[in-house]
Design a protein. Sequence first.
Length: 124
Amino acid sequence: MISNFFLPISGGQTSIRPYWRCYFPNTQAIIYVVDSSDTDRIGIAKEEFHAILEEDELKGAIVLIFANKQDLPGALDAAAVTDALELHKLKNRQWAIFKTCAVKGEGIFEGMDWLSNTLKAGGG
């Protein structure tokens, strides 16, 4: 069974975070969406991201990161999001980052294609 896990990082989500564990069993992939224009909270996004990766049931999951809101002025590019999230620390799992603009549909299909191909190849 393949289940995708999407973690929105936005205000007001703190109260439902304990319920995320309900989705951990059998998860092969994590889809993590980052608001690239919210530079004030990128540190919080990093902390949440690394905390979720430490969960035992998610140790083998591959990671797809969407660096969203690329259409907004001042948005961090994929390299800057990679640095901010410290993705270079992910040594024992497959991951990829894609620049996206959800309102325009840009980058989403490319990321999902990577995820699908990686899962088919036995990456998760």
